[in-house]
Design a protein around this ligand. Sequence first.
Ligand code: DGL
Length: 261
Amino acid sequence: MIGVFDSGIGGLSVLAAIARTLPGADLTYLADTAHVPYGPRSDAFIQGRVLAIGHHLAAQGCGLIVVACNTATAAAVQALRAELPQIPVVGVEPGVKPAAQSSRTRRIAVLATESTARSERLARLIRTHAEGVQVLVEPCPGWATRVETRDFDSPAFRQEMAEKVERLLAAGADRLVLGCTHYSFLSHLLTPLLQGRAELVDVAAPVARQAQRLAGRAAGGQGRLLLQATARPEQLRHSLPALGLGWLAERTRESACLAAV
Ligand code: DGL
């Protein structure tokens, strides 16, 4: 079984890519909805959550853990690997490398939570993979919560997105990296704002391929899905059709509430 987790529903974008890549694998998804969003939290808090969830998934028998959250990866993937050395762990990091490689203007932007935006891990990723490319790091406070509550339609939020994108386009960015898994579910709103002048970069599919490479026996099973949440688990299942993931609901064998994790 493969365990996938996020602070909330954002990691479902990664889960969907894994389910497409490994249709026979048993999957379990854990949304830490009692503590979402992680973006404004301290590194110590996020690390505590990641280790608790990692232990829980290991105890459930997961042979591979996917941290489907850029914020949790930046703050705690190293600690998780040290804590569970027997289990391969795949993290999610903003697609700085593919964006920098494909940019024609040599300017890219990374949309991320406050925590990811200030992280040393993102700074290192940029130093390593974006030499000679200007990287505009854009914290997007509140965006993950908008996705979590599926509250996309407020004119104020539409305006905020439009202004941010316009500013990045005016600065010459031709790649906008979705540096938070929740933002995948904003693609349909962001794409029209790009006016064909830039492309969004999402790493869900490459992360799923990496999970496939590392899964080994964890990729076995009967294609079942267990949905778990630390609060409001029923909302997780109900959110799938609204996110265009109704097909995942059909694989779901049960939903569980894990207030104690
Ligand atoms: N989905 C998460 C990420 O990829 C975090 C969103 C949040 O909880 O603030 O960064």
